[in-house]
Design a protein around this ligand. Structure first.
Ligand code: KDG
Length: 311
């Protein structure tokens, strides 16, 4: 069994250096919250598998080549001959404002279904990581996510859920109706502060939402605070960690890097403080470099930012 199994939609991201409407040269990258997490862990030497559907054409081939090159297992990926690759156009409006435009409705990735997950989930994994993006893609992807969370937790995997609300895919109300029940299967729930009420009652504040999750059996709730670091809640209380200070050039992918760092620390048996330290370290690497995941560290690079003051 692998250390971490994750599934979702990997996208071909086309990045413009300025406004998309101004045209110019686009650069091609691999994007996707779950594949970003998979790459983050693979870079650190963990055994990782990603599952999803990719198009049968060159774009699907590109996705697979990128994942293979990063050491992510793709044995259970399905090539979908009938549907196109999901695309994401990303434009930079200012140094810290990027906007995305999806072309992913009806994509290969959105056709994910329970049958795609049976074998890899049956093979088992120490950690099963899912995000709130996948259930927003289609009815079958929503059912697959629900099935995976339930089956994974029943068979003893540590299930982690990153809420990752994408307002271009669904409303907050639609997201809450799906994500709140899903969170009850998770041991670790990761959210930014403004996403917490999507896994609790509408309008609930941080402490109410967290208390509700802990009461429903979630062991750790991680609240991502960007440049302010993060807070971790467990039954023993709350712990705050500061971000590692670096010059941020691109914040896309920082949340996925944070998640990868936390889960890597878990796989290495680190205590909560150690897991959080690794989470903010990977977050810092992500924002210090361009691209969702390109700047993430190998294990021998983890200490590169050690001299940087925190907080
Ligand atoms: O977390 C970064 C992701 O948002 C990006 O890679 C694209 O997965 C993506 C999405 O659905 O927005």
């Amino acid at each position: 069994a692998v250390d971490l199994l994750t599934f979702g939609e990997a996208l071909v991201s086309l990045r413009a250096p300025g406004p998309l409407a101004a045209g110019g040269a686009l650069t091609m990258h691999l994007a996707g919250a779950e594949s970003n997490v998979a790459i983050g862990l693979a870079r650190l030497g963990h055994r990782v598998a990603w599952v999803g559907r990719v198009s049968e054409d060159e774009l699907g081939e590109y996705v697979l080549r990128q994942l293979r090159a990063e050491g992510v297992g793709v044995d259970d990926v399905t090539r979908d001959a009938d549907r196109p690759a999901g695309l994401l156009f990303l434009e930079r409006r200012t140094a810290d404002l990027t906007r995305v435009r999806y072309h992913r409705a009806g994509s290969a990735g959105s056709a994910l279904r329970v049958a795609d997950l049976r074998r890899p989930i049956g093979d088992g994994a120490r950690v099963l990581h899912l995000t709130g993006i996948t259930p927003a893609l289609s009815d079958s992807a929503r059912e697959a996510t629900r099935w995976a969370a339930e089956t994974g937790s029943r068979s003893g995997m540590l299930v982690s859920l990153d809420v990752n609300h994408r307002s271009r895919l669904w409303t907050r109300e639609a997201a809450r109706a799906v994500l709140a029940p899903l969170a009850a299967h998770a041991s670790v729930v990761i959210a930014s502060a403004d996403e917490l009420d999507l896994v609790g009652e509408p309008g609930s504040d941080e402490s109410t939402a967290v208390a509700g999750l802990l009461a429903r059996g979630v062991e750790t709730v991680l609240v991502k605070l960007g440049a302010d670091g993060a807070r971790a809640y467990t039954r023993d209380g709350v712990r705050q960690v500061a971000a590692v200070r670096v010059t941020a050039v691109d914040t896309v992918g920082a949340g996925d890097a944070f998640t990868a760092g936390y889960l890597s620390g878990h796989l290495d048996g680190l205590d909560l403080a150690g897991r959080l330290r690794r989470a903010v370290t990977l977050g810092a690497f992500a924002v210090a470099g361009h691209g969702d995941w390109e700047g993430l560290p190998r294990r021998d690079e983890l200490s590169l930012l050690d001299g940087h003051e925190t907080g």
